[in-house]
Design a protein around this ligand. Structure first.
Ligand code: AMP
Ligand code: GLY
Length: 415
């Protein structure tokens, strides 16, 4: 079997790492991949949204399966294009990927399916948005409508910071913005639940928890994620997962199928565990990053067999390791606002860590930083505490990179 993975980050490195353990797979390609991925797969110089080139490559190489990492190609219709060319690909169509691509679409769909989520209002006019915030009061959440890689969200503690966030959205900072979503601020602990989905079949994965803020103690700006861990022993995971599938994931996919936009792919629900049960913060149409880097090391079932079983309309059985995984993102100074890139990376990682490249490149024979999140280091252990000790004892220092020192503390403190 030949497999192509689309993407170039830590999530895709973890996907390739997992696929590389499958004896049925004789060749893995990544487009465009990164230097870490290049140690396990053949990197092809095709960008993740160069859809016609991706289709041409998959045909030429007779790729058996293509797996998509990031949201951009999904939203741009890579699945539609592969399907039209008669190629196997696992992911949602452009229409279904709107569950992530448009917050407004997601909110309206949740309303129709009766899925618990924060109350919201949408504005295309800056002054109307500001007037609404002044009426509602703080705290309040301001979101750019569209893809902003987790960075277009401000949890405003004061009316003044809410006003400023609205001005930012309309200033075009997150790309051409025509609307802003303003949400009720939910209170509780967050967790991520991902599932393998094919139309009405939902197979949940184990839970994980991301750390969105840049600095220790959940301080600083929102980022794409500074670290994640799994499992979450502070919760009754089985009950929580069952409740989230029954109240959130299953109603969502049933509603989508009923409306003629069935979802197939990795479905990600960002949940807030409120006093009234889990409530949806966001849906993503793909694997989470850095959640993937801690989930896949726990998955014992070969990934491709899960996908194949699902695509045949059957329910795959997943086997999970009881080990805990703690993943820490090494980010470039300045991330998320203005990460410094192009710095030579000289750090040597000990064998004890799983290391996924998130934003690196080779230039003049040297390894250099090439993105906000540069590496994700994962430690495994019998508990989140052991896994965290493992990772923190082994992360090498490198100037120009920073990382949070408190990943998994919420589990360690409470259990
Ligand atoms: P998102 O990109 O929608 O996942 O938002 C990024 C982060 O902002 C989330 O992980 C939460 O920490 C926070 N957030 C988003 N929406 C809300 C909300 N309605 N209430 C409280 N926090 C939120
Ligand atoms: N870690 C959050 C995300 O992948 O969107």
């Amino acid at each position: 079997m030949k497999v192509l993975v689309i993407g170039k980050g830590g999530r895709e490195h973890a996907l390739v790492w997992k696929l590389a353990q499958d004896e049925r797979i004789e060749a893995i390609f990544a487009a465009p991949g990164n230097p870490g991925i290049g140690e396990l797969a053949t990197c092809v110089p095709v960008g993740e949204t160069e859809i016609a080139e991706l289709v041409a490559f998959a045909k030429e190489e007779a790729i058996d399966w293509t797996i998509v990492g990031p949201e951009a190609p999904l939203v741009e219709g890579v699945v539609n294009a592969f399907q039209a060319a008669g190629l196997n690909i696992f992911g949602p169509t452009r229409e279904a990927a709107a569950i992530e691509g448009s917050k407004q679409f997601a909110k309206q769909l949740m309303d129709r399916a009766g899925i618990p989520t924060a109350d919201y209002a949408v504005f295309t006019d800056e002054n109307a948005a500001i007037a609404y915030v002044e009426r509602q009061g703080a705290p309040i959440v301001i979101k750019a409508d569209g893809l902003a890689a987790g960075k277009g969200v401000t949890v405003a503690e004061t009316i003044e910071s809410a006003r400023e966030a609205i001005r930012h959205v309309f200033s075009g900072e997150y790309g051409e913005q025509s609307s802003v979503v303003i949400e009720e601020c939910l209170v509780g602990e967050e967790c991520s639940l991902m599932a393998f989905v094919h139309e009405d079949i939902v197979v949940p994965m184990v839970l994980s928890q991301d750390h969105k803020r840049a600095f220790d103690g959940d301080k600083g700006p929102n980022t794409g994620g500074m670290g994640a861990y799994s499992p979450l022993p502070q919760f009754n995971e089985e009950r929580l997962t069952q409740e989230a599938v029954e109240r959130i994931l299953q109603p969502l996919v049933d509603q989508m199928a009923q409306e003629g936009i069935p979802f197939t792919g990795f479905l990600y629900a960002g949940l807030m565990l409120t006093a009234n049960g889990p409530s949806v913060i966001e849906f993503n149409a793909r694997f989470g990053d850095p959640e993937t880097e801690v989930i896949l090391p726990r998955l014992e079932t070969p990934l491709l067999s899960v996908i194949e079983t699902l695509m045949e309309g059957r329910v795959p059985r997943l086997s999970w390791s009881l080990q805990a995984a703690v993943g820490v993102v090494l980010a470039a100074d300045g991330y998320p606002e203005s990460p410094e890139t192009g710095r030579e990376l000289t750090l040597a990682f000990p064998k004890d860590l799983l290391v996924f490249h998130a934003g690196t490149k080779k230039a003049d024979g040297l390894l250099k930083s090439a993105g906000g999140r540069v590496f994700v280091c994962v430690g495994l252990g019998d508990s989140p505490r052991e896994a965290a000790e493992k990772v923190y004892a082994n992360i090498p220092e490198q100037s120009g990179l920073f990382y949070r020192k408190d990943i998994a503390q919420k589990a360690i403190r409470t259990v």
